[in-house]
Design a binder for this molecule. Structure first.
Ligand SMILES: NC(=O)c1ccc[n+]([C@@H]2O[C@H](COP(=O)([O-])OP(=O)(O)OC[C@H]3O[C@@H](n4cnc5c(N)ncnc54)[C@H](O)[C@@H]3O)[C@@H](O)[C@H]2O)c1
Ligand SMILES: [Zn+2]
Ligand SMILES: [Zn+2]
Length: 356
């Protein structure tokens, strides 16, 4: 079908909203009318990691309404309200043990931009392929073809235009605290970077009962927001004495992607503590081995979430007023996709959400 989508043809150029022909949903797939799509930093990190298939439709925090399903789909039906999250195969050892974020096919299914069989999912008006399978959705568009496995059905009474970012950024930050690091009441947590992922982590650390929640950012407005959302201390990420100011914590979490910040995040851990990393694009991480004495470091994908279980939990916390993620969101028409990217980079908007 003919759709409109924000297409990126060159990492050095802006997005352009174009007419594109989206392929019909195949086996195990569903056509979703996109109501909203959050912009995650991973949608723009290609500007510094230009190894991805081009042209590509980005967007991997979509929410919308199922319009049609392909052969063999039984868990979703037309009319269902859905959040689109990351895709996984369902059959590899990681999927079978409840860790779909580490699916053996994670890269192929989410980051290649194509289906696993290599097809692009869409063509432009000249008939040339356009990668339309970014995180099995490519939701910076009026419509997306997702898979049955990356759809999370939600209550139709919920505000669908707010829910898309639960599919990646908010799930990643909250899941890091509640799933990966298992923050407990009384713990100390340091969160580096108070963007969408970091602020979701701050809110979740508060939900978990952490006593000391230290949030760092370069933007004063983001530090203020972190304090409002649950940080007990906020510090300037540029402070040369940052590690001393933080002191020691049980858990640290880097969302900046800056390797020197990651080193600080490891240094502030108490013995036995764990540092979680999620940031992409920062280059090689160098650590003196003895810094790791009794400490752990792990790279976390998607907050170790099983989306169909974790997103409903986050929605329940939101209903209770304990995970007020709507405070991070600012909406933009799809045509303003480049303004959304600029506002995110300049720290003006924490979580841009496009309304196609
Ligand atoms: N691993 C995963 O599954 C996963 C999922 C989602 C996002 N990500 C990645 O997580 C990272 C964060 O995503 P986001 O959407 O929150 O991005 P964001 O740009 O909204 O947030 C990053 C924040 O870090 C701050 N920052 C930068 N340098 C800093 C420094 N030296 N000290 C303190 N703060 C600093 C920025 O000001 C910004 O507020 C990105 O790299 C993104 O690609 C990973
Ligand atoms: Zn798998
Ligand atoms: Zn993301």
């Amino acid at each position: 079908m003919r759709i409109q989508a924000a297409v990126l043809r060159d990492p050095a150029k802006p997005f352009a909203v174009e007419d594109v022909d989206l392929h019909d949903p195949g086996p195990g797939e569903a056509l979703v009318r996109v109501v909203a799509a959050g912009m995650c930093h991973t949608d723009v990190v290609l500007r510094v990691l230009p190894r991805l298939a081009m042209p590509m439709i980005f967007g991997h925090e979509g929410s919308g309404v199922v319009e049609a399903v392909g052969p063999g789909v039984s868990r979703v039906r037309p009319g269902d309200h859905v959040v689109m999250s990351f895709d996984s195969c369902g059959w590899c050892a990681q999927c079978q043990t409840g860790a779909p974020a580490y699916c053996a096919e994670f890269m192929a299914r989410n980051l290649s931009g194509s289906r696993v069989d290599g097809t692009s999912g869409a063509t432009d008006l000249t008939g040339a392929p356009v990668a339309a399978r970014w995180f099995a959705q490519s939701s910076f568009a009026t419509h997306a073809v997702a898979t049955e496995r990356n759809l999370v059905v939600v209550d139709p009474s919920l505000p669908l235009d707010l829910l898309g970012p639960l599919g990646c950024g908010f799930q990643t930050g909250a899941g890091a605290m509640l799933n990966s690091l298992s923050v407990r009441p009384g713990d100390g947590v340091a969160v580096f970077g108070a963007g969408a992922v970091g602020l979701a982590a701050v809110m979740a650390a508060k939900v978990a009962g952490a006593a000391d929640i230290v949030a760092m950012d370069l933007h004063p407005a983001r530090r203020d927001l972190a304090a409002e959302l649950g940080a007990t201390r906020v510090l300037d990420g540029a402070d040369p004495e940052l590690a001393a100011a933080i002191g020691q914590v049980d858990h640290s979490f880097d969302t900046t992607g800056v390797t020197s910040v990651m080193t600080t995040a490891v240094r502030v851990l108490r013995t036995g503590g764990t540092c979680g990393l999620v940031g992409a694009g920062g280059g090689e991480l160098t650590l003196r081995p003895d810094i790791l004495a009794g400490r752990n470091v792990r790279y976390i994908l998607e907050g170790d979430a099983v989306p169909q279980q974790f997103i409903p939990r986050l929605i329940e916390l939101w209903r209770q007023g304990r995970f007020p993620f709507e405070r991070l969101i600012r909406t933009y028409p799809l045509d303003d996709v480049n303004a959304a990217e600029r506002d995110s980079a300049e720290g003006v908007t924490v979580k841009p959400v496009l309304l196609p």
